[in-house]
Design a protein around this ligand. Sequence first.
Ligand SMILES: C[S@@+](CC[C@H](N)C(=O)[O-])C[C@H]1O[C@@H](n2cnc3c(N)ncnc32)[C@H](O)[C@@H]1O
Length: 331
Amino acid sequence: MTSPDLPAELRAALNARLEGLSRSDAAGRAAVISQTYREGGGSSTIRTETDALAYALARMPATYAAVAASLNALTEIRPDLAPARLLDVGAGPGTVTWAAAEAFTSLRDFTLLDANGALRTLAEELFHGSIRLHDASYQLGEARALLDKAEPADLVVASYMIGELGDAERGALADALWSKTSDTLLVVEPGTPAGYARIIALRARLIAAGAHVVAPCPHDSGCPLVAPDWCHFSQRLQRSRAHKQLKGADVPFEDERFAYVALSRARVENRPSRVLAQPDVGKVEIAAKLCTPEGVSVARIPRRARAEYASARRWRWGDAVSRRPGLRRDP
Ligand SMILES: C[S@@+](CC[C@H](N)C(=O)[O-])C[C@H]1O[C@@H](n2cnc3c(N)ncnc32)[C@H](O)[C@@H]1O
């Protein structure tokens, strides 16, 4: 399992760049960048190296945690997966590349694509001292044009990226991502209803093109959730001192909400159910909302079913769990 917290090498590389940085200036820039994201304006306000660093300090720990959690869900279902080549599309400061390098010792070849020069400069500086990543190839330009020329990769990832595209471009990019995926494609988005809607549209489009879901869904059918419900998960991560200062936060942790889908060229047999919310542990029973191959239901595990109850007590939101026969399930 990959830790949700930034690896020590990356933390040290980021810390080294903090010297001489005015925290109030960085906090101001990070606030403008976040506001622009909330308004749907994408990464356009990240223009200088200081903007890029402010963005990385404010958001990289959380997007890293979401990607690490998604990769953990993927490797739990596909423990055999040993990709050699990664394509990190909309790579920004290199978040996915760091997380994938932690998750897969098999990775040898790292290619990053992004249109933002300031984020590329920062990513390359962060890679500089890393034995595994200092040879990573970071190509600057429009994602679809770069993908056109890219070699296929075993693992293709687009994290917190497709939300920056218009609807038509997003569909075309989904096809381009899939066309360069020789094994697995992972797409991660913010855990908002809009982020989920983008994931679900891409999922449906690529299943129609022959993809199979590895995680989070235990099936390739349409998503059974009905609005206003939406599928999303939460990953807790530690806040560094610099992050607390930047965000003006008191608590030493942060919970990142995210939505994701991992799609594979091969069909995955016997996919486990997925816990869709933190289970309700009561005195009489545990009630857990599950996505199962047959649809969404609430599993009720009575205390008297001692072994099952003990095992369900360990279930957490986002876990893959095997359904046991004989458990009562509400539709
Ligand atoms: C929110 S950042 C996410 C960065 C990184 N993947 C992460 O998870 O931390 C989105 C990135 O996608 C890039 N991007 C958005 N649209 C793009 C496009 N059409 N072509 C290339 N890069 C794009 C932006 O420049 C930005 O670096």
